[in-house]
Design a protein around this ligand. Structure first.
Ligand code: BGC
Ligand code: BGC
Length: 644
């Protein structure tokens, strides 16, 4: 059945392709000739286009608001799946490919047969697709400090995307988050500009390969330009206890020093689409920044690709829709992520051109940029999904790389009393915590749903499953109770058992964007209570923290012998267990400074105390190993400052 469906899709694709080539069989127009450069082809095509067709190219619509036939009618240039934008008839590779190919067929049915570019947030694997491999979120990859691995992850993600016909990824995130209360902290590689630059570049290389047109390559989208990690707490349009989409209140020198360098590097490395940020700077919303978008990005930095807006981003620049559109397009946005009412956008654009508020030159510039990228990607030559890749989605080989990434992302914060590694002597293991047996929690936001969701939302190995397999094959017994109540753990004579080691897996529930803004970064009281119970019945206690950022952990740190920051590891929970059992080393290092108390935020990174209780709990770059576990000056300070 699966094979039959694949064959059908493939044959349909071939028929469509040949139909569409046949209609021009007599004469190959310059834009159809792959031997010409993207520039030549784009110029030729642009000259053949009506205003309607041009405005269509600038329109990016979310698939839930669009049918394939609408792509034909309105000459739509781009389609996206937002967070949770899986096909309505099933979340599997075949349904995805069918859906995306149908939009593509709609585009190829227009007179000029310009393919659509279909985009998705494959920010830690092809996350909306059930069964795809989910890698650690970028915060975990930041802890690995391993650019080669990150390049490989991006390559695999591209492969899983192409299996579904998608060649455009809204990644990597180039934010340099300065305040971890931000709900998007985990989307950034770390607080340090050089780290973000190095790792995001590796990811972009992995996505785009040697050539964008080569098989296996997809277009990356560095985002969100610029300064979206620099917003000030309380300046968010969502209110005083939010930060997302707020104001990056720094002078231009600081903006250029902290937030701009990753973009420079990305453009040098061939970035061809860049997404604008929801934040504001210098009193202007980023989508209205002619200076930063046009003068700096396209002028000074020489960016020749296209700028895509964020989700309804242009709408936010002015309460009057017409004014907003005119301002955003004139500021330099080339493609508008509408994402719903595309007819209103198209009508408004026509109106603005008629009124002379948006010039034809601006439109031609935007469209030419978009077309150049489509040609450079080889979309005219391979517009459809590659069915030969279907079986690689979520494959063992892909999961193996994710598992390695999980291992390398773990940061060991404390290891006293030989709590880790777990050894053959640890014959009774108690496990507790809501996060211990939950693929959804360990994957975080941007997984299947925009906000993510707890539960068995996709295929993978939970930390508990991995622990059980590994411990049982070592002859140990594992007892799990999320609340750390182990009445059922008794020996052969019915006496209550005590654990050699208790493992508490706790942390944050999934979130995305402003939903994750958090004023306290506190651990849940119920988790702390469970941890205290676990402590009573275990000889040593290991805490595994699953979170999108550092949290205020002092209390839990005091209750534990060993403490591991595991971030949001994704579907391959076995990677955590590989390191807990010592079959692999701890190598991860903190990508963010770890706070001691919430009143330390935001950090002034230029004047961070390094001693005393005003110092952070752990410095940037901190991470113990099995060899240097005795280097516990920071733990001693933590205990002293907590009054122990
Ligand atoms: C986010 C972007 C994302 C877009 C499409 C926006 O809300 O800010 O990062 O690419 O949605 O899902
Ligand atoms: C979409 C996301 C998008 C968000 C922004 C959600 O409905 O699914 O992709 O980022 O809205 O508001």
């Amino acid at each position: 059945m699966r094979i039959a469906r694949r064959m059908f899709g493939w044959i349909a694709a071939l028929v469509l392709l040949s139909l569409h080539t046949a209609s021009f069989a007599q004469e190959v127009l310059p834009y159809q000739n792959p031997a010409l450069s993207p520039e030549e082809r784009a110029a030729d095509l642009l000259a053949r286009m009506s205003l309607e067709e041009k405005i269509g190219q600038m329109t990016l619509v979310e698939k839930n608001s669009l049918r394939p036939a609408d792509v034909t009618t309105y000459f739509i240039g781009g389609v996206l799946s937002g967070g949770g934008g899986y096909p309505s008839n099933g979340n599997n590779v075949e349904a995805w490919a069918e859906m995306v190919n149908a939009y593509q067929s709609g585009a190829l049915a227009t007179p000029l047969a310009i393919p659509v570019i279909y985009g998705v947030d494959a920010v830690h694997g092809h996350g909306n697709l059930r069964g795809s491999v989910i890698f650690p979120h970028n915060i975990g990859l930041g802890a690995t400090r391993n650019p080669e691995l990150i390049e490989q992850i991006a390559r695999i993600t591209a492969q899983e995307m192409i299996a579904t016909g998608i060649y455009w990824n809204y990644a990597p995130v180039l934010a340099v988050p300065q305040d971890i209360r931000w709900g998007r902290t985990y989307e950034g590689y770390g607080e340090n500009t050089d780290l973000v630059t190095e790792l995001s570049l590796a990811y972009l290389r992995g996505l785009q390969g040697e050539s964008l047109a080569a098989p296996g390559s997809v277009l990356g989208t560095p985002k969100h330009y610029v300064g979206d990690g620099g917003a000030v707490w309380g300046t968010s349009p969502f209110g005083a206890s939010n930060i997302d989409r707020g104001i990056t209140d720094v002078d231009e020198e600081t903006l250029r020093r902290i937030h701009l360098p990753p973009y420079l590097a990305a453009i040098d490395a061939g970035a061809m689409s860049i997404m604008a940020s929801f934040t504001s700077w210098g009193g202007l919303h980023m989508h209205a920044q002619e200076y930063l978008l046009t003068d700096v990005l396209k002028g000074e930095l020489g960016f020749s690709g296209f700028i895509v807006s964020d989700w309804q981003g242009i709408d936010l620049v002015h309460p009057d829709y017409y004014t907003a559109i005119v301002t955003g397009i004139n500021a330099g946005i080339d493609m508008n992520m509408v994402p719903q009412d595309y007819r209103r956008f198209i009508d408004t654009m026509h109106q603005a051109v008629e009124n002379g508020d948006i010039s034809l030159e601006r439109i031609d510039d935007a469209v030419e940029r978009i077309l150049r990228v489509k040609f450079a990607m080889g979309l005219f030559e391979h517009p459809f999904s590659d069915p030969s890749l279907v079986d690689t989605v979520g494959s063992e080989a892909h999961r193996e790389v994710a598992r390695q990434a999980v291992r390398e992302s773990l940061v060991l914060l404390r290891n006293d009393n030989d709590a880790l590694p777990i050894t053959a002597d640890d014959s009774v293991i108690f496990v507790a915590g809501d996060a211990a047996n939950d693929i959804g929690i360990q994957s975080g936001g941007w997984t299947i749903e925009w906000q993510g969701r707890s539960g068995s939302i996709t295929e993978g190995t939970s930390i508990l499953e991995a622990l059980t397999t590994t411990a049982e094959s070592a002859g140990a017994q594992v007892f799990f109770n999320r609340h750390a109540r182990y009445e059922r753990a008794v020996d052969a004579s019915g006496n209550p058992l005590r654990a050699n080691v208790g493992i508490m897996v706790m942390g944050e529930m999934p979130y995305a964007e402003w939903e994750g803004d958090d004023a306290d970064l506190a651990l849940a009281d119920s988790d702390l209570a469970a941890l205290a119970r676990l402590r009573e019945v275990s000889d040593t206690v290991v805490v595994v923290l699953l979170s999108g950022r550092p949290l205020v952990i002092t209390e839990a740190l005091l209750q534990s012998d060993a403490f591991v920051a595991a971030w949001l590891p994704g579907t391959e929970g076995q990677g955590v267990v590989d390191v807990l059992f010592g079959t692999h080393p701890f190598t991860g290092r903190l990508p963010y400074t770890w706070l001691r108390s919430i009143d330390q935020l935001p950090f002034d990174f230029d004047a961070l105390p390094t001693e005393g209780c005003d110092a952070p709990l752990f410095p940037y770059g901190y991470g113990l190993t099995y060899e240097n576990g005795g280097d516990s000056t920071w733990i001693e300070l933590a205990l002293t400052c907590a009054g122990e």
